[in-house]
Design a protein around this ligand. Structure first.
Ligand code: PLP
Length: 225
């Protein structure tokens, strides 16, 4: 397998102009591919599976910032908390509490994004709008070892680009609302993680600050775990 150097340059150019951060999604791809992109200067990588992330962290340079972007089970939090940079897919308050507990044990404060359910598919995890706005802010504030830094969402898997755009717009609006709420307890949100290979240009147009791109950089994944 080889990485797509030309795609990396094009993406970097587009993101740089818009001040958007790139997470290179390397799930199912070998460590050599990650190292190759690292050698071009990339430092942020995203993984979906705990064991795979733990293995790759052990093998690869220590200045990589590892993002966990998959569905995280509470009982596996402890394996990634010692080193993870940002957890994108926090989909319940219970999970946030577990991350806080493990982070405390490791004497760390972990940046987290709350995942919001914006697509129509039933299978996507995340808070809905009401659940997000109903979060008890005092309880949230009391979790001293997690820092809620923003929101993450995935649009519907569809060719209908206007539908994708509406979903991103909706998430951006929710980001404003939630930012305002959190500012009342002195929490500042910085990150809106939205956009993947197929829709990242739309996501940037709609106000994304961080995109998660896999197949454009590493080629299509041959299998889905
Ligand atoms: C796999 C994955 C991506 C990257 O998908 P591509 O279509 O390969 O860019 C982004 N975000 C999440 C949450 C993923 O699971």
């Amino acid at each position: 397998m080889a990485i797509n150097t030309e795609a990396y340059r094009v993406i970097q150019q587009k993101l740089g102009n818009a001040h958007v951060a790139l997470v290179a999604v390397s799930k199912t791809k070998p460590a050599e591919d990650i190292q190759a992109l690292y050698n071009l200067g990339q430092r942020d990588f995203g993984e979906n599976y705990v064991q795979e992330l733990v293995d790759k962290h052990a093998q690869l340079p220590k200045d990589i910032r590892w993002h966990f972007i998959g569905h995280l089970q509470s009982n596996k939090v402890k394996y990634i908390v010692p080193f993870v940079h940002l957890i994108h897919g926090v989909d319940s308050f219970k999970l946030l509490k577990e991350i806080n507990k493990q982070a405390l044990k490791n004497n760390r404060v972990i940046d987290c994004l709350l995942q919001v359910h914006i697509a129509q598919e039933e299978t996507k995890f995340g808070f809905d709008e009401q659940e997000l706005l109903d979060i008890n802010l005092n309880e949230l504030k009391a979790l001293a070892n997690v820092n809620v830094a923003g929101l993450m969402g995935m649009a519907s898997f569809t060719d209908d680009i206007e539908k994708v755009r509406r979903e991103f717009k909706y998430l951006k609006n929710l980001f404003y609302k939630f930012s305002y709420l959190l500012s009342t307890v002195n929490i500042q949100l910085s990150t809106l993680s939205m956009g993947m290979s197929s829709d990242y240009t739309v996501a940037i147009e709609e106000g994304s600050t961080m995109v998660r791109i896999g197949s454009l950089l590493f080629g299509a994944r041959e299998y889905v775990k």
